[in-house]
Design a protein around this ligand. Structure first.
Ligand SMILES: Cc1cc2nc3c(=O)[nH]c(=O)nc-3n(C[C@H](O)[C@H](O)[C@H](O)COP(=O)(O)OP(=O)(O)OC[C@H]3O[C@@H](n4cnc5c(N)ncnc54)[C@H](O)[C@@H]3O)c2cc1C
Ligand SMILES: NC(=O)c1ccc[n+]([C@@H]2O[C@H](COP(=O)([O-])OP(=O)(O)OC[C@H]3O[C@@H](n4cnc5c(N)ncnc54)[C@H](OP(=O)(O)O)[C@@H]3O)[C@@H](O)[C@H]2O)c1
Length: 454
């Protein structure tokens, strides 16, 4: 067999390490560059990379058994929804267990990734060094670049404004009048924490959401009805069952004084909270519609009500950015980067994305499956569909997603956890057949290998 291509992996968060482990196992030469002094990315509270959005109290909201990698269970001593410190430790242990820590270069950021005329990648590091690789795996995360309201709300505000990304704990909210904007998971957690210390907390949103508890019928909700056939069932079918369960177990959002969602369950990224509805029911969080105007010392809302406000917390989501690519080469305006099955770039055959998706479910097992798929591809065991068929697939999947989900910059790369894994397995089998039919060949030649450091 010819020499395998050399690979650069950008990032050693939970996605980068899953990809690195797959490359390591399959004997594909690679270097993984990580800005931080440790692995775990977002899950390292106070990460030295300055990019983590974790707050002091953060717990996962996808359950342990749905989040763990398939071949490395989380300790049974962990609770169903562990604290960020346990999750970060788990990722650390994963790297040591599979023995590829020495292939991660810590405290080394990728500053620029340029594609040369021969297709190889020139990688400029913040150490001043430059290296050349045959292929690039991008795992730089997509929850670190805060998106503030676009366009900004009219008016001026004299108080404090912050974004969920910068939230650490509720200490600054003591005795204050706080408005939390958005109705995603950051807004849930932050409004609940604020409500324990603030003079008053309001949650303001421009639409309703189906707020899902962590447990239903004594089980983590994301484990209910999950078996080996789940991935073959379309969400439209499972949605009926979950909607009935939620109606029976939680009731309607209107029963809590919240707006009726303008979409079906599962047609927006899930908003999960064990506590939010209780705090609403206790009157400790007040609900407000969208902001109409900032009034200097407060806020006027779209229902005409005004409140004096000290602090606004914008829980308005994140931007997908790749500061190391020239924007003409690769960028994601409005968070949109069309990819074949959320991995393969339709025009550039030697760049692969890992973890660049928003699942109904956890990201890690999906990143793991993506890493294994990329490794199989680089070893010539999987061949992509012909370019026209690939582009058709990308368009079909996108059209389906945009039709289903609420129009929003947060819904540009949604997948259903079980269906995605099922479809990957199916596509990998199809790609293996293509390899057998058309003859074995490595899709990416090893051209840059001689230029890798010894
Ligand atoms: C508050 C919060 C809670 C969340 N809770 C959940 C949850 O319960 N379950 C779930 O599945 N998902 C959750 N998520 C989604 C989150 O994106 C994933 O859990 C996970 O962090 C994705 O891992 P990642 O490796 O793709 O990205 P990250 O964790 O962001 O890691 C990216 C890594 O790349 C490195 N990097 C970036 N740029 C460079 C560069 N230029 N050079 C070198 N290194 C670089 C960073 O230093 C970092 O280590 C949550 C997100 C947030 C913000
Ligand atoms: N405990 C946990 O595990 C936990 C905690 C926090 C976050 N997370 C995860 O982190 C990721 C990011 O979550 P997030 O809540 O920070 O962001 P998000 O899911 O993108 O939600 C952003 C929210 O802000 C609203 N919004 C955006 N721009 C707005 C504007 N200009 N005016 C009014 N509202 C606006 C959005 O409304 P529209 O829908 O109308 O656009 C949405 O309600 C998600 O994957 C989430 O699951 C997990």
């Amino acid at each position: 067999m010819s020499e395998l291509p050399s690979v650069c992996v950008i990032g050693a968060g939970s996605s980068g390490i899953a990809a690195a482990k797959a490359l390591h196992e399959r004997g594909i030469p690679f270097d993984c560059f990580e800005k931080s002094d440790r692995v775990g990315g977002n899950w390292v509270f106070g990460n030295t990379n300055g990019m983590s959005s974790a707050y002091r109290s953060l717990h996962i909201n996808t359950s342990r058994e749905r989040m763990e990698y398939t071949d490395f269970p989380m300790p049974k001593s962990y609770p169903d929804f562990p604290h960020h410190s346990q999750i970060a430790a788990y990722f650390d242990n994963y790297v040591d267990h599979f023995g590829f820590r020495d292939q991660i270069q810590f405290e080394t950021g990728v500053e620029h990734a340029a594609r040369e005329a021969d297709g190889t990648w020139t990688i400029a590091l913040d150490t001043g060094e430059t290296r050349r690789y045959d292929a690039l795996v991008v795992a730089n995360g997509h929850h670190w670049d805060p998106r503030w309201p676009e366009p900004p709300f009219p008016g001026n505000f004299d108080g404090t404004q912050t974004h969920a990304h910068h939230y650490i704990d509720n200490e600054p909210f003591k005795g204050r009048r706080v408005v939390v904007v958005g109705i995603g998971n950051s807004a849930m957690d932050i409004a609940v924490e604020s409500s324990f210390v603030a003079e008053q907390t309001w949650l303001s949103s421009r639409r309703g959401a189906h707020i899902i508890p962590k447990y239903l019928f004594g089980r983590p909700l994301d484990q209910i009805g999950v078996n080996r056939f789940t991935g073959a069932l379309p969400w439209a079918f499972r949605k009926q069952i979950f909607t009935a369960f939620l109606r029976a177990g939680v009731g309607r959002m209107e029963d809590y004084g919240l707006p009726r969602p303008d979409h079906d369950l599962g047609d927006a990224h899930p908003t999960i909270s064990a506590d939010f509805l209780n705090r609403i029911a206790h009157g400790e969080i007040g609900y407000k519609p969208n902001i109409a105007e900032l009034t200097g010392d407060g806020v006027r809302f779209e229902d005409g009500s005004t409140e004096k406000v000290d602090t606004i917390v914008w829980c308005t989501g994140y931007k997908v950015t790749f500061p190391f690519f020239d924007p003409d080469l690769i960028s994601a305006p409005d968070n949109d980067l069309p990819l074949f099955r959320r991995i393969f770039h339709p025009e550039i055959d030697n760049v692969f994305f890992v973890g660049l998706l928003q699942p109904l479910g956890a990201i890690m097992p999906l990143s793991e499956a993506q890493g294994q798929w990329i490794a199989a591809h680089l070893r010539g065991e999987y061949a992509l569909p012909a370019p026209a068929a690939l582009r058709e697939d990308v368009e079909r999947e996108r059209a389906k997603m945009f039709k289903r989900y609420v129009a929003s910059k947060r819904h540009t790369m949604q997948v259903d956890f079980d269906n995605y894994l099922h479809d990957i397995a199916h596509e990998r089998r199809a790609g293996a057949r293509r390899v057998r039919e058309h003859g074995f060949r490595l899709p990416i030649e090893a051209r840059a290998v001689s230029q890798m450091p010894a």
